[in-house]
Design a protein around this ligand. Structure first.
Ligand SMILES: [Zn+2]
Length: 120
């Protein structure tokens, strides 16, 4: 079951671009859970290495947004209240500032749509 995530990484792309919404971003059920910083780091790191985010290795993570297009479900894991709005903005389809058309979210969505089209 494909399962995607966006982690909040301090220093790079931490600002939400409220002027932009990823086209076709689906509505999904959202589950928000506050956890300790250690747990956030653990949960958010698991599926970190992938083609869209291009990130791998250990980074300092305080919150993340995860989703499953097939299940139409999304999860926010956060350890600081200040991160919650950021992750909620992703849930509404907002990418990060500076990502342009090729945001990580748009990339995941395209990959998923391509796979779905192939399966039909
Ligand atoms: Zn983010």
């Amino acid at each position: 079951m494909p399962f995607f995530l966006l982690a909040l990484i301090p220093l790079t792309f931490t600002q939400i671009d409220y002027s932009r919404v990823v086209e076709g971003w689906p509505e999904m059920e959202l589950i928000e859970t506050k956890v300790s910083r250690a747990e956030a780091s653990e949960r958010c790191r698991k599926t970190q290495a992938d083609v869209c985010s291009g990130t791998s290795g250990v980074i300092f993570i305080t919150s993340c947004y995860q989703w499953n297009f097939d299940q139409k479900k999304a999860w926010i894991w956060y350890s600081r209240d200040s991160d919650l709005e950021h992750e909620r903005a992703h849930h509404r389809g907002h990418p990060h500032v500076g990502e342009g058309e090729n945001s990580v979210m748009a990339c995941y969505l395209r990959e998923w749509q391509a796979k779905k089209a192939k399966a039909q």
